[in-house]
Every structure is written in structure tokens, then in C-alpha cells.
Write a protein that binds this ligand. Structure first.
Ligand code: SF4
Length: 696
């Protein structure tokens, strides 16, 4: 504590930031969180990164919402509200008045209503949210930020291995001898997972890093393939071509556990390494060496991030990674597996809980009559059979006036959606917007009713990390003012909309979930309270769960995984004379997503206080911009001016732009073009013009 005094108390909980799901001890004095330490959770074994250790004090920031708010008559909607002084545009009201106002604008509007839930809320809150939209309004227009991060990975995994979750924990790398990390920057985005990757390399594991941008993990890599952006499918197909060509494929595994190999093998014939050198920027010999290394390993893992998923060919990218693992037999054994590194601390759990427009909990299709009957029996309501709209489709449907009212819990589409001008115009067009959050986010600036919520360290509930580990989050402090836990607000809003709900706490909701979610078999609330974490699937009440799955077949027809060949689809928008460079977006170590929490955390904001982007030194010289000087970035959708940072890891024809900064919002520039399968936008590639504003 700095002065040697004891804490008033310590509470075991989960870090509220990334999908690694580090377990923490939250130390409290005088009702305030004063320190956070790592404890021995299954994913982190005592470790924490800078966000988990020092990023906690946002919970005490003076911008916290502490009373329900209703927009003042005539107050304009939009990005013009000072979060420090919301009363210029809103008036404080009682909870009763706020819930009635929120419900009045939603009640009876059926398909005109849509909902965005949150991957930062608990499993119980995600479950209640999707139930509210489905039961309360009779359709499936409910989604959340998984659409923007790994929807394409999940689509490919469901299609080809029959499950959208990882096949092995990231900690399994300890048993691997070769691993690929592609389209991910774990040192910045999953820092504690990265410590396991570095230790793997240190003990002699062959680490193959593939990414258009260089990164810190490069220092630990056996091979660093800095390939041309958007060339993933060509590169991966060429690697697989070599594996077939040199007889390195695991024919026995392919025969026993897969289908559609003949088609895959024939497709790969057209991808000799020499034919993709220009497209990928990687020479044929390096492709051959990497193919031999990965296929020749006894146990291999593949990790990927949003560099793979956020493309119009994101599902194809993931299909290739799945095929690569399958053809080498690198699934289902110790040290093998497919692992998309999930983003938010509960994005796996929120997806499992059904916060997606095509699936009820545990990926049960809304189009399946037997599934709907099961839910109708449990909830007492008929459910819609048509898939709902996804995040960006909902924004489009607001513009066409098919959606007129929204309930947004913890999401910030006014910062996180692609082409923000379009998204913000949609939000301003809604008849009625209810936002439930801990701060007056950019999205809340468009709200008619704002419901103040508890932060993660102020509530109880379960979350599921990237490893399929269901973990218990516990409250360390009370919410400020009149802020309430999200599950309670959603329940009360559902009641105000006429639903006869009687849940009296998260344990009660979890018990309801367990009735319909096979993934929660043998996982009870009491067990999680006692043990802190259980990995699903768990085969018995005393089984801590299975870190590796699919050793004896896949949850598909005849137990076989599938090869789905992928062809090269170029990025939607190619550089040209007007927009000659490539823009790619992502996160930084210190800031989390749209910045609403980390930019209000004192240490993190002090380390990285200013909007910035990264360019190669040669590019800065070309535009006569000094490192630290201003640069203007313009795409077909918008323009931002911000500080330019020199970074040799960025290719000379690229710009890397983090998306946490409202004053230079990256998504004003991004391309909303979607992957046709996963419906994920192409955040990782847009044509951009770079200018020196001093010379314009
Ligand atoms: Fe939190 Fe992720 Fe850092 Fe762990 S690695 S402390 S979960 S942000």
C-alpha cells in the first residue's frame, strides 16, 4: 500500500480486460481498490500484465455514472457531451422513472428493437440479455463484439471441427515442440499468454511468427514471416502444398479423423511456393522450411488473432489454419491444438451464452425447431425461427428504419464499429436508445435513457476465458452511488416490459443456464465458488475439466473434422493513386479497446496519453514528418490527424492505427466491407492517404 498498513480486505476475482482471464487478488482500503496482485489461476499462475496490475483505478474515476439519466427535452444527440458534466444534456432521475422511460420506448415494438450485449459482462448477464431480446421482442436481433473480433474464426471452427471454442488451452504450448502464432501480437494484446510462448521458445521450441507487422515476439521466433497484408490464404495454402508435395502429411490421422481430403489435396496443387512469392512477399525456400518445421514437429499448436479474423477472407484464413493443423495431426493430443486468442475477458462466455443472432446458448441454431421447443418450454415463450441481424447489419437496418429502438449494454458502437460516420448517424436516428454502462461512453452520448452499471470488481458472476475456463468473479467493493449490477438492471427492465421474471441473483441465472447448456455439465455455482475455475467440458463433479479436446473424434457427423479448401480473395479495397498506402488497426499494450476504462486508469494513461499511429522511418522521411510530429490519415470514409510514431516493425507502405482514441478515432477510417460467412468487417485493411498537415 506504500505506507505499510494492512488492507481492509482482499477478494479473489478475474482481471476485467483480456481473454487470458488472469485470476487476481483485489486489495481494498477504505472502500477503494488500492492494489491488484496476480494469484494462482489456471491461466496465469500468479502472473499479471500492466493492465491487470495497474489499470484498476478507473472504477473510482469521477466520470463514473452514479444515477440514472434521461435526456433533457431538446438536448441534441451526438458527440458533444462532456463526460465530466452529463447534466448539460441529461437530468438525473430515480431508478423507477428511468426503467419506466426505458421500457416505454421498447415495449410492444417487436422487430423494431435490437440489442447489443457485452463481452465484458458475466455469463449470467449475457444470458439474461439475449433472453430478454428473444423473449421480449420475438426475434433474434441480438449480437455483441464477438462479431468484430473472432466471428469468422468461430464460423470456420464450427463448420470444420464442430465447436467454436479452442481445442487446447494456450498453456498446452508447454508440451509442444513447434508453434505458429499468426495475425496476433500477444506481447501487447495477451501479455500473460505471451510469457508462456517466450518460455516455450527459450526451452528450444520452434516458434513460427507470421504477421504483416513486426512485433516483440519476433525476438523469440525461429522464423518471422512478415508477409504482405491480405496474403494469408496464399501463404498458408503454399505451406500446405509443400506438406503434401513432400509427403509430410499425417495420412493415418487424415484417414481416421477427417473428411474431404481429396478435394483439399487437389486444391493445394495450385499453390506451389514459387507461385505465391510476389503475392506474399515470402520466398519459396522460407515457405518450404516453415512447412517442414511445422509438419515435422511431434506436437504443434496454432494460435491466431484478429490479424487473421478481421478480413473479408477471415473465415477462409481460419479454414486454412484448421486444415494445416488437421493434415499434420496436430489436434487432440498434448501439445497440439487450434487456439484463436479471444479478446475480451468474457467473449467466449458471452458467445456460449447465446449473445449472437444465429445461435441460442451453446451454439444451438435458432433455425432448429427442436431447440426452439426446448427453450419455449423453459422460458414459456415461442421463439423466432429466423436468424437475427449482426452488429453492422443492425446499423444498416437503422438507416433503413427497420430498427427504431435499441438497448445497448456495455458496448460502444460509436467507437468500435467500422465507418463511424455511418454508425454514429445510425445511433442519432434511433427513436429510442437505452444505454447501460459504467461511463458516459461515446454511444451513451446518443442515448435517451442511461442506466448506471456496476464495474467488474463491483459484482459477482462467472466469466469464461480463451481457454474455456469458467471462472468466478467476486465483488471487492460496492458500486458507486445508485449504480447496480447489470443482471439486476436487465431483469428489472424485462419486468417493466411485461416479462414475468423472478431471478433473484446470478446463482439463480446460472442454474437456469445449466439446464440448457451441455457445456456446463458438472459445473455448478457452488463448485465455482469453491474451486474458482473449471474448464469445460468437465466429465464429472470432481473433474477439473479437459484442457485438450477431440482426441477421439469431433462433434460432427461420424466424428470427423472437415477440410474446407480456401481460394485467394483479395482485400475489399486496394491501394490506388488517391489512397496509395495500407491502413491496419489494432490495440496497444496499455489501452483496451475503445479506451473507456484504460484511458481513465491513471498509470496506463500516463504511459500512453496521446492518440498516435506508427509508420516506418522511411515513410516519415518521405513525408518530412519528424517522429512525434502530426500526420493526417485519410480514407474514403474519413480523416484524422494525430501524432506519428516511428516504428520499423511497420512496413513502409503501411500505417498502424490503434482504435482506443476518441480524438482520432481509427474507425472513422475503416472499411465496413464484411466477410460473407462470419459477417466480420475488414478492420485490418483499408486504402489510406498519408499527408503531412504542415505541408497541406
Ligand atoms: Fe488482464 Fe489479460 Fe493482462 Fe491477464 S494478460 S492481466 S487478463 S489484461
Amino acid at each position: 500500500t506504500g505506507d505499510g498498513s494492512a488492507f481492509d480486505g482482499e477478494t479473489k476475482s478475474i482481471c476485467p480486460f483480456c481473454g487470458v482471464g488472469c485470476q487476481v487478488s483485489v486489495k481494498v482500503r477504505d472502500g477503494r481498490v488500492v492494489a491488484v496482485d496476480g494469484i494462482d489461476g489456471p491461466a496465469n499462475e500468479g502472473r499479471l500484465c500492466v493492465k491487470g496490475r495497474f489499470g484498476f483505478d478507473y472504477v473510482h474515476h469521477p466520470h463514473r455514472l452514479t444515477r440514472p439519466l434521461i435526456r433533457r427535452d431538446g438536448a441534441p444527440k451526438g458527440m458533444n457531451v462532456d463526460p465530466a458534466d452529463p447534466l448539460t444534456h441529461f437530468r438525473e432521475v430515480s431508478w423507477d422513472e428511468a426503467l419506466e422511460a426505458a421500457a416505454a420506448g421498447l415495449r410492444g415494438r417487436g422487430r423494431e428493437v435490437a440489442g447489443f450485449g457485452s463481452a465484458k459482462c458475466t455469463n449470467e448477464e449475457a444470458y439474461l440479455f439475449q433472453r430478454f431480446i428473444r423473449e421480449g421482442f420475438g426475434h433474434n436481433n441480438v449480437d455483441h463484439c464477438t462479431r468484430l473480433c473472432h466471428a469468422s474464426s468461430v464460423a470456420a471452427l464450427l463448420e470444420n471441427v464442430g465447436s467454436g471454442a479452442v481445442t487446447a488451452t494456450f498453456n498446452e504450448i508447454e508440451n509442444a515442440d513447434v508453434a505458429i502464432v499468426i495475425g496476433a501480437n500477444p506481447v501487447e494484446n495477451h501479455p500473460v499468454a505471451a510469457t508462456y510462448f517466450k518460455r516455450f521458445a527459450k526451452r528450444g521450441g520452434r516458434l513460427i511468427v507470421m504477421d504483416p507487422r513486426g512485433q516483440a515476439l519476433k525476438r523469440h521466433a525461429t522464423h518471422m514471416l512478415q508477409f504482405r497484408p491480405g496474403a494469408d490464404v496464399a501463404l498458408l495454402n503454399a505451406i500446405m502444398h509443400v506438406i503434401v508435395d513432400e509427403g509430410l502429411a499425417d495420412r493415418q490421422y487424415i484417414e481416421a479423423f477427417t473428411e474431404n481430403w481429396a478435394e483439399q489435396e487437389a486444391h493445394l496443387a495450385g499453390f506451389a511456393p514459387e507461385t505465391v512469392e510476389d503475392l506474399t512477399g515470402i520466398d519459396a525456400e522460407t515457405i518450404r522450411t516453415v512447412a517442414r518445421d511445422f509438419a515435422g514437429g511431434t506436437a504443434g499448436m496454432i494460435f491466431w488473432g484478429m490479424g487473421v479474423s478481421q478480413h473479408v477472407h477471415g473465415t477462409d484464413n481460419s479454414r486454412c489454419l484448421i486444415s494445416l493443423a488437421l493434415m499434420c495431426g496436430h489436434v487432440g493430443r498434448p501439445g497440439t491444438g487450434l487456439h484463436p486468442l479471444r479478446g475480451q475477458n468474457n467473449v467466449q462466455g458471452a458467445s456460449d451464452a447465446g449473445l449472437i443472432p444465429m445461435f441460442l446458448p451453446d451454439y444451438a441454431s435458432v433455425t432448429d425447431g427442436a431447440v426452439r421447443d426446448r427453450y419455449a418450454a423453459l422460458w414459456g415463450s415461442e421463439l423466432a425461427a429466423e436468424r437475427g441481424l449482426t452488429v453492422t447489419e443492425i446499423m444498416d437496418a437503422i438507416h433503413t428504419e427497420d430498427i427504431r429502438a435499441m438497448y445497448v449494454l456495455g458496448e460502444n458502437p460509436a467507437m468500435s464499429d467500422p465507418d463511424l460516420t455511418h454508425a454514429r448517424a445510425a445511433l442519432s436516428k434511433l427513436d429510442h436508445l437505452v444505454v447501460q454502462d459504467i461511463f458516459l461512453t461515446e454511444t451513451a452520448m446518443y442515448a435517451d435513457v442511461i442506466l448506471p452499471a456496476a464495474a467488474f470488481y463491483e459484482k459477482r458472476g462467472t466469466v469464461t476465458n480463451t481457454n474455456r475456463q469458467v471462472q468466478m468473479g467476486r465483488p471487492a467493493i460496492a458500486p458507486p452511488g445508485e449504480a447496480r449490477e447489470d443482471w439486476r438492471i436487465t431483469r428489472d427492465l424485462a419486468r417493466a416490459c411485461g416479462l414475468d421474471w423472478d431471478h433473484d441473483g446470478p446463482a439463480d441465472v446460472f442454474a437456469e443456464m445449466a439446464q440448457v447448456m451441455p457445456s456446463l455439465a458438472n459445473i455448478t455455482w457452488e463448485r465455482l465458488e469453491r474451486e474458482g475455475a473449471v474448464t469445460y467440458p468437465s466429465f464429472a463433479p470432481d473433474d477439473p475439466g479437459q484442457p485438450i479436446v477431440f482426441g477421439d473424434g469431433f462433434p460432427r457427423a461420424e466424428g470427423r473434422a472437415r477440410f474446407t479448401p480456401a481460394s485467394v480473395v483479395p482485400p475489399d479495397e486496394q491501394p490506388d493513386a488517391e489512397y496509395p498506402m495500407i491502413l491496419t488497426t489494432g490495440r496497444q499494450l496499455e489501452h483496451w479497446h475503445t479506451g473507456s476504462m484504460t484511458r481513465r486508469a491513471r498509470v496506463l494513461d500516463a504511459v500512453e496519453p496521446e492518440a498516435n499511429c506508427s509508420l516506418h522511418p522511411a515513410t516519415l522521411r518521405k513525408f518530412r514528418i519528424a517522429p512525434g510530429g502530426d500526420v493526417r490519415l485519410t480514407t474514403r470514409r474519413g480523416s484524422v490527424t494525430l501524432m506519428a510514431r516511428e516504428d520499423r516493425a511497420v512496413a513502409p507502405d503501411m500505417v498502424f492505427l490503434p482504435f482506443a482514441y476518441v480524438e482520432a478515432a481509427a474507425n472513422l477510417l475503416t472499411n465496413p466491407a464484411l466477410d460473407s460467412f462470419g459477417k466480420i468487417p475488414e478492420f485490418k485493411f483499408a486504402a489510406v492517404r498519408v499527408e503531412n498537415p504542415a505541408q497541406a
